[in-house]
Structures are given as C-alpha cells and as structure tokens.
Write a protein that binds this ligand. Structure first.
Ligand code: BES
Ligand code: MN
Ligand code: MN
Length: 465
C-alpha cells in the first residue's frame, strides 16, 4: 500500500485536472437540451475507463441516457466488486446564486475545507466520487495489485430516478454478476469523523393539481364568491402536518420501522452540533417531528415536503387575478418497511379526501424508490470499516443517510448483491444547491481508501471460504 500512496502523491495534480475536465461537461439529465452533453459525458467516462485498463468498455444506449460499463477480470477465484456511480448531475439553477459558474470548476478554500474544495455542479454528487474509483483502479492496476475482479457501471439517469437501469440490470444479469456493489455517493460525518452509511431513505414523489373555476377570473369581480384554488391548495397542504409535526396522511406511519433504544443511542452518539448546524443554515430554530433528534428526523423518520408550488400570476408587478388552477410537487422520504407504491395510494386517497366540493383535484405519481438498510455484520461492511480505519486512523461510525439512491434496493433483488455505501462527501457540500463543492482532502482520501477496501475484502472473503 506504500507504493500506492507514493503513486497517489506523484499523480495527484493530474488526477485533479482530469476531474476538472469532466466537471466542465454539463451532463444535466433532467433537461433534454443537454442530451448531447450527457452523451459526451458518457463517452468521456468510457474513455477514462479504457485509459486505466478496463476491458470490454461500452457506452450502452437506453431509451434515456446511456450507461457506461467496463470490467477487469483478474482471477476467476477472486471476488467481484461492482462499482456503481452516476455521471449525470442536477440542474444548476438558480444560476445567480453561484459565486463561480457551475461548469467552470475552481478550487477555493472554505472553513471546512482549509486545503481547498472543487466548486462545480457534480463535484461531489457524483462525478468527484465515482472518479475516485477510476483513479483507485488506475493505482492498483499500475502497481499490479488488483486483488478483486472489478466491474464498473456508471449511469446517467440517477438524478431523474434511474428509469432504465432496472431493465438494464435484468437484461444483463450475467454480465453484472458480482459479489457486492460498492458505491461512493453519500457523506461522512466530518473529515475527522469517518462514517459509513448504513441506511438510505426511500422516496415517494407526487404532483397535485387543484382546479377551481374553469378559467382565470377577475379577483375583484369574483373574489369572495368562488373558491381560489391557490388558497385551497395552501390549506390542504397546511393540514398535511399536525401540531406535533407528524404527517397526517392516514396510514402513513403504519409500517415504519421501530428502532430499539440501543440502536437510537448508537445513531445519536455521532457528534452533532445543533448550534453550528443552525448557524450554517441561517435558521433561528429547528423544526421537525416531536420526540426525535435532528439525526433521527433526517435518518430514521419519514417526512413530507413541498418541493415546489405555483399557480396564478407570478410575473413582474401585480395582476389582479383569481386563478383557475394551482399546483404543487410533494415528496415523502420513506424509512425501512415503508413501501413507495403503498404510500402513493395512501397519499392519493388522503389528498382527494381533503378537497372541498368547490375544487377538483388530480394527483399523479412521479418516480419513487425503496428505502435501504445495510447490515453491519457482513464481510462487506467489516472490510469497509477496516479500510476506513486504515486511512483515517479512526473507527467509522454507522450513519443513516437522509437522501435516497433508489436503485440500491434493486441491486439486492435483481443482482442478489449487498451494497457498501462508502461515500466521502460532507452534508455541507451543497449538493443540488448553488456552489456545490467537494473537498480535495475528501477526493484524495477516497482514492487512498478504496484500494484498502479491495484488499481487505479479498482477504476476508478468502478467509470465509
Ligand atoms: N447522492 C444522492 C443521494 C444522497 C446524498 C444520499 C447524500 C445520502 C447522502 C443522490 O444523487 C440523490 O440526490 N438522490 C435523489 C433521489 C433521486 C430519485 C432524484 C434524492 O435523494 O433526492
Ligand atoms: Mn448522487
Ligand atoms: Mn443527487
């Protein structure tokens, strides 16, 4: 491993510059205008896989954005690691809140990243993180220390719900056959507090449309006599939480996993400073479900949030109008044992039941995803713990991630492979927000840690057989 560290130190400038090049490609999966850039990003990713010595590298077309694949089989007896990541990014809007353009990466120092962080859309989520695996592979390959077979599957639709990945996995079960899936697309607690993600929340994403009168009306001539769908929608939304900030959708909590006091304590043992958290976010108090800590509210409890709401006149100046329609996008984060399909139905029924006769409502579902729990007693997890300890010099804490990676549950079912979530970002890296960044410390620490994982995993698997 000493040789690898030397190789890393000697090549760190180049690794960084290669990542910066990838960050210049605006691979925004949600916006059809960027379709060619997304493909260009897939080609560039494939080129990197070829350059570091992976075989059978392909850019696999799907009805949506392509999936990049590559593999290196070194020994049929060695275990096979499937690395999953995504090369697509979220839209950068609102652009005017970026301190430098989102697709012109720059390195700047911050309080949490005194050695510098790369500012660009996708730097942390997930280009900077999947690229660590490419460079870790290069180091192992160049130093003739590839203890495991490695497959890469880097997709371009994670940020829009991985619509085509499940079919791809089902159609290519043989090609993707593996002993485990390794993903870096989550966070650690802090650069001094390594952690491994042991759970992800699921997602149920809905859109609602509320219609009042059959056309926009003069708000003076008709106001007061006819239901205003924007007013009604706001009332309906307000009723979706009770005084204790619990979600009122009937049946919402029925299947929620109950954690033992011991497990709750273990999660709450992680360092967390509420004052700094509030200060960083510019809020005077925190708000969430009664009876739970912030770590629990974002990790083990389900939530409901409005992501966007619109209707009526939102242009310059004032226009007096009683709008005909109002809309909202509402998402629910789910925890283990909750089912996104079931939640969809519960929400639809509940929301329809809230509507007064004066309006009509239409409820539609967007993509969803199942929650994930990662067992901590597996060989995979133990190898990850050992790898983190080797490079951070400290034990990692188990952490529940609040975000979602919907396809992880599918890997379990379709590929019968367990996942290790070994991400290196920080929750404060502003993913999906303006000024997304990724610490240089984190980027290099990831590259350093991944080969240890391969090494320990191969050894521990051998020991088990
Ligand atoms: N990498 C994130 C998920 C994440 C971030 C998990 C931080 C844990 C910690 C992923 O790219 C993401 O943003 N997922 C989406 C879901 C998707 C269906 C759009 C999310 O969580 O909103
Ligand atoms: Mn991601
Ligand atoms: Mn994301």
């Amino acid at each position: 491993m000493k040789d690898l560290k030397k190789y890393l130190d000697a090549n760190q400038e180049r690794f960084l510059n290669e990542l910066l090049e990838l960050l210049r490609i605006p691979s925004i999966s949600a916006d059809p205008k960027y379709k060619d850039d997304v493909r260009r990003m897939a080609e560039a990713t494939a080129e990197h896989l070829r350059a570091v010595g992976l075989d059978k590298v392909e850019v696999c077309s799907t009805p949506g954005h392509p999936i990049v694949y590559g593999e290196k089989m070194v020994n049929p007896k060695a275990p096979t690691i499937l690395v999953y990541g995504h090369y697509d990014v979220q839209p950068p809007d609102p652009l005017d809140l970026w301190t430098s353009p989102p697709f012109e990466p720059v390195v700047k120092k911050t309080k949490l990243h005194p050695k510098g962080a790369i500012f660009a859309r996708g730097s942390c989520d997930d280009k900077g993180q999947f690229f660590m695996h490419v460079k870790a592979f290069e180091m192992m390959s160049k130093n003739d220390t590839l203890p495991c077979n490695v497959k890469f599957m880097i997709e371009g639709e994670e940020e829009v719900g991985s619509k085509n990945l499940e079919k791809f996995c089902r159609d290519n079960k043989k090609k993707l056959a593996c002993d485990m899936v390794l993903i870096s697309d989550t966070s650690i607690i802090g650069n001094n507090t390594p952690s491994l993600t042991v759970g992800l929340r699921g997602l149920c994403y809905m859109e609602v449309e509320v219609t009042g009168p059959n056309k926009d009306l003069h708000s003076g001539v008709y106001g007061g006599a006819v239901a205003n769908p924007v007013n009604v929608l706001c009332q309906m939304i307000a009723s979706l939480h009770d005084k204790k900030n619990r979600v009122t959708v009937k049946g919402f909590y029925d299947d929620v996993e109950k954690l033992s006091a011991k497990e709750r304590k273990r999660l709450n043992d992680a360092p967390f400073d509420e004052k700094t958290y509030m200060k960083d976010l510019g809020v005077a108090e925190l708000r969430g479900e009664d009876g739970y800590t912030t770590i629990e509210r974002t990790g083990i409890r389900p939530t409901l949030d409005v992501n966007g709401i619109w209707g009526g006149y939102i242009g310059e100046g004032a226009k007096t109008v009683l709008p005909s329609k109002a809309y909202a996008k509402i998402s629910m984060r789910l925890v283990p044992h909750q089912d996104p399909k079931k939640t969809e139905k519960l929400f639809q029924k509940h929301f329809e039941s809230l509507a007064p006769k004066s309006v009509k409502v239409k409820v539609t579902a967007h993509h969803g995803g199942y929650p994930v729990v990662v067992p901590t007693n597996s060989v995979e997890y133990k190898a990850a713990e050992k790898a983190m300890e080797a490079t951070f010099g400290k034990k990692s804490l188990p952490q529940r991630g609040g975000g979602s990676i919907p396809i992880v549950a599918m890997f379990d079912q379709v590929l019968d492979a367990r996942t290790v979530l070994m991400g290196f970002g920080l929750d404060s890296d502003d993913i999906h927000s303006p000024n997304e960044h990724y610490g240089l410390f984190n980027f290099y620490k990831g590259i350093e840690t991944i080969p240890y994982f391969h090494q320990f995993y191969a050894e521990m698997k051998r020991g088990k057989k």
